[in-house]
Design a protein around this ligand. Structure first.
Ligand SMILES: Cc1cc2nc3c(=O)[nH]c(=O)nc-3n(C[C@H](O)[C@H](O)[C@H](O)COP(=O)(O)OP(=O)(O)OC[C@H]3O[C@@H](n4cnc5c(N)ncnc54)[C@H](O)[C@@H]3O)c2cc1C
Length: 481
């Protein structure tokens, strides 16, 4: 146990929070004990996995921070049901490796269906709690891959939660940002581990949705489009590289010497993206086009290179005056509105002088299950990774840019992801997430003493008015604010 420590998120580094103590939990019993002890002492509890959420969801000031990464066992693998029981703190690389090791002699091994792209050391519990998505071309968010959960609730009781058992809690907990209890384990749906060929083309945003549809028609299962990031070029946000992945016959050998970004390539490209975005995109495009035809496994192709503290070294190399990092924002737009959204986004970002370090477009199918659903339609999902100086002006520039992008998405019937920051205005949250009030109300009903909290939660309670929280919760929020 560590007392009075600052915790922070990994990517933006914009959420330093002094928690009262960090309690690592590595078993269900330890988790139950930790929750009950915090409850006895009247302390708020926050729950963390890989700490990649940038909106302050995993931390609460003066709270007990439960570090779930020790919960990493892989339990029963049921080949017939195509499910596996996993503890919630397991991270994707360990899960993928563990599944492969378990099924070394299996004729038709199973593996994960989707994970996030861009970073790997993220936990299954964190993924379920943000209801994440990967680069599936015809997939719903992760809720579609979750069979059931074992959770420790605010009374310290272990509960089985699924579509059949306490379905309301299931819908709240998936995408519930840890506010309804700690997920101890997840029964995750799996799919056959398949070989996939990578198909790479240069596309323009105007016909991107058509290009994606053609690839889906050809049987591709995964894909994304990385767009040009040089704001001084005509092609800014208009042209990019579409990489899609199509199943091939099982005997096809997996490329043994795949051209992949090495760690040095990755560092170099990230640096170029800060200093010479035209060359950065050219280099990225050359590299990616050269990978066309390579054959990958359906699970490991979703892993990638990422260095958790890359920006600190970059700041040193670039002799930055103030520390900086990137902040991600994700906008959801009805697919037909994508070209217009991208054109307006390019204009807004240019006008504001905000630097895009990378960006992608992916697809999502509608999620009709999770309570705080973000995929309310079949959207195109647009990710912007914005360079952000940790100064008043730098933060204001990024916050303003994301608010402008959110307005552009909302104006076209779209929405935005709540996971990456909390700069959306109240009107934007209400328009993009019309169930937020009911979500907060359900939280109060399920956890009347407000045991599970986060800075993200407090922000939204404040945003929607103290009437949302029970008296006890209000007192707690004030006591620990
Ligand atoms: C570089 C980068 C790339 C990303 N790419 C994607 C992407 O492709 N798609 C996407 O959808 N998202 C993406 N994200 C967002 C990321 O998936 C989410 O932030 C996710 O929640 C991170 O998981 P984590 O293990 O780091 O969780 P944390 O950040 O530690 O926690 C996130 C939330 O989950 C809760 N939580 C964690 N563990 C538990 C548990 N056991 N029980 C209950 N609640 C729990 C926390 O309380 C918190 O509310 C990306 C983020 C970064 C920084």
């Amino acid at each position: 146990m560590t007392r009075g420590v600052i915790v922070n998120d990994v990517h933006s580094r914009l959420n330093p929070t002094r928690v009262r103590e960090i309690v690592p939990v590595a078993s269900l019993d330890a988790l139950v004990d930790a929750v009950r002890a915090a409850r006895r002492h009247g302390l708020p509890v926050c729950v963390g996995g890989g700490r990649h959420a940038m909106g302050g969801q995993a931390f609460v000031a003066d709270g007990v921070f439960l570090d779930t990464r020790g919960l990493q066992r892989i339990g029963r693998l049921d080949p017939r049901a195509a499910t596996v029981d996993v503890e919630a703190g397991i991270q994707w690389p360990a899960l993928i490796d563990g599944l492969a090791a378990r099924q070394r002699d299996a004729a038709e091994p199973l593996s994960i269906i989707q994970k996030q792209t861009g970073a790997d050391r993220l936990t299954v519990g964190g993924a379920v709690s943000a209801n994440v998505h990967g680069r599936g071309l015809t997939l719903r968010p992760l809720v579609g891959d979750v069979e059931s959960l074992a959770m420790v609730d605010a009374r310290g009781e272990v509960r089985a939660v699924s579509r059949g058992e306490d379905p309301d809690l299931f819908r709240l907990a998936v995408g519930g940002y840890g506010l309804f209890g700690v997920i101890a384990s997840v029964t995750l749906r799996l799919a056959p581990r398949r070989k996939l060929e990578r198909l790479v083309t240069v596309e323009r945003v105007d016909d991107l949705v058509g290009a994606f549809s053609r690839r889906v028609g050809e049987g591709c299962l995964y894909g994304d489009f990385q767009f040009a990031i040089d704001e001084s070029a005509r092609d800014f946000l208009r042209q990019g590289i579409l990489s899609c992945y199509r199943p091939v016959a099982p005997p096809t050998p997996v490329s043994d010497r795949v051209r992949e970004l090495s760690k040095d390539d990755w560092r170099f490209l990230v640096e170029l993206a800060h200093t010479d975005r035209r060359r950065a995109f050219q280099r990225y495009a050359e590299h990616t086009l050269a990978t066309a035809g390579q054959v990958y496994w359906s699970d490991t192709h979703q892993l990638g290179v990422y260095f958790e503290d890359y920006h600190r070294a970059l700041d040193r190399r670039l002799r930055a005056r103030v520390p900086a990092s990137e902040v991600i924002g994700e906008l959801f737009v009805p697919r037909a509105a994508l070209p217009d959204f991208m054109a307006q986004a390019a204009a807004a970002l240019r006008r504001r002088g905000v630097v895009v370090v990378y960006g992608t477009v992916r697809l999502i199918e509608r999620d009709g299950e999770s309570f705080l659903q973000w995929a309310r339609e079949r959207y195109a999902c647009v990710v912007f990774n914005l360079h952000t100086e940790h100064s008043r002006q730098g933060l204001a520039a990024t916050a303003g840019a994301f608010r402008a992008l959110i307005d552009l998405a909302l104006g076209r019937g779209g929405s935005f992801y709540l996971t990456h920051h909390r700069w959306a205005t109240r009107a934007q949250v209400e328009a993009g997430h019309p169930r937020m009030r009911d979500f907060l109300r359900a939280k109060t009903e399920r956890d009347p003493d407000g045991l599970f909290q986060s800075e993200w939660y407090r922000h939204h309670v404040e945003m929607f008015g103290p009437w949302q929280a029970s008296g006890v919760q209000e007192r707690r929020a004030r006591r620990y604010a």
